[in-house]
Design a protein around this ligand. Structure first.
Ligand code: ADP
Length: 183
């Protein structure tokens, strides 16, 4: 199964992605994790991404697409995968369609819906490098301007499923499992 986990920063995508990945034995492809690894290893991609990530902006589509394309082509992605944090722009979504062959289409997009004020608190508690109040604000700005338009993009394909992210982790996970069991 090929799944996209979609939602604003701090909505719990990472946590849920790990649970789905374990339950379905498919790899969890997090562009945030890949980029953070690139930054720590000071690779060429890491050097390009570092400043943008620290400010809460979006890394260029070209850079992100290059890492996703490589990862999706990996043999462990043949039986499916769960994308977390990608696509984040309509251009990334269109390019993803081109990367994937006809028989590799995305099966479902799980949209985790949360209350913005509540998750800002969650993010501040998480305390990652890019979880400082000003930077969080920028990440929401990027989300609202660039990522939200993906909702109608996938809605018209009828593969978007809404999940209530304002519940306990187990309950969110149960809701996701219910949607996935219908595939
Ligand atoms: P969160 O889920 O909390 O928003 P992520 O770990 O997914 O955080 O991403 C962290 C940062 O990595 C983003 O703020 C952004 O700078 C960069 N990033 C991750 N994925 C993408 C992407 N698909 N396109 C552009 N930038 C990205």
């Amino acid at each position: 199964m090929r799944i996209i986990l979609f939602g604003p920063p701090g909505c719990g995508k990472g946590t849920q992605a790990v649970l789905i990945s374990e339950a379905l034995s498919i790899p969890h492809l997090s562009t945030g994790d890949m980029l953070r690894n690139a930054v720590s290893s000071k690779s060429e991609i890491g050097l390009k991404a570092k400043d943008i990530m620290e400010k809460g902006g979006l890394v260029s589509d070209e850079v992100v697409l290059s890492i996703v394309q490589e990862r999706v082509a990996n043999s462990d992605s043949k039986k499916g995968f769960i994308l977390d944090g990608f696509p984040r722009t309509v251009n990334q979504a269109e390019r993803l369609d081109l990367i994937l062959n006809e028989e590799q289409k995305i099966d479902c997009v799980l949209r985790i819906k949360v209350d913005e004020d509540e998750i800002i608190k969650r993010l501040i508690d998480r305390g990652r490098n890019d979880d400082k109040p000003d930077i969080i604000k920028n990440r929401f700005k990027s989300y609202n301007a660039e990522t939200q338009p993906l909702i109608p993009f996938y809605e018209t394909r009828e593969i978007l499923f809404n999940i209530d992210g304002m519940q306990e982790v187990e309950k969110v996970s149960a809701e996701i499992k219910k949607v996935l069991s219908e595939f």
